[in-house]
Design a protein around this ligand. Structure first.
Ligand code: THU
Length: 136
């Protein structure tokens, strides 16, 4: 089942607000994320860059890791807000897939225009999943 307009708007606003905390001295591309858990909580996250560029962390994974580190593992939706509504990167898609293929993923720009809305299953078809390790 897809997201209600109320939930979508609430998450977009939360991601938009969190974006102000993005630490982006190198790319200047601020990303804010808002993750809705099955228990009804919202965890936000931002991208945190590093002078050692590859150690940068994306906003989506920041939000997911915050939630998981507080005991959450079931996610209903994740919304990411950027200046232009850019899509989640491959590494973030993989981490989303770890916790379920039915989570809704929404990307929006700062004005709230939705540029992408689909499930993790559609965003990362054929994902490597926890059960793929079960054969070892
Ligand atoms: N970034 C995210 O936070 N999420 C994504 O899914 C795409 C990329 C960040 C990483 C880096 O700080 C900046 O955007 C430019 O790549």
């Amino acid at each position: 089942m897809s997201l209600t307009e109320e939930v979508r708007q609430k998450l977009i606003e939360s991601a938009r607000q969190s974006r102000r905390w993005a630490y982006v001295p190198y790319s200047h591309y601020a990303v804010g994320a808002a993750l809705l858990t099955a228990s009804g909580k919202i965890y936000d996250g931002v991208n945190v860059e590093s002078a050692a560029y590859p150690t940068t962390m994306c906003a989506e994974r920041t939000a997911i890791f915050k939630a998981v580190s507080e005991g959450e593992r079931e996610f209903t939706a994740i919304v990411v807000v950027t200046s232009n509504g850019g899509a989640p990167c491959g590494a973030c898609r993989q981490v989303m897939a770890e916790f379920g293929m039915d989570t809704w993923v929404v990307a929006a720009d700062v004005e709230g225009n939705v540029t992408l809305e689909m499930t993790v299953a559609d965003l990362l078809p054929g994902a490597f999943r926890p059960e793929d390790l079960a054969h070892e």
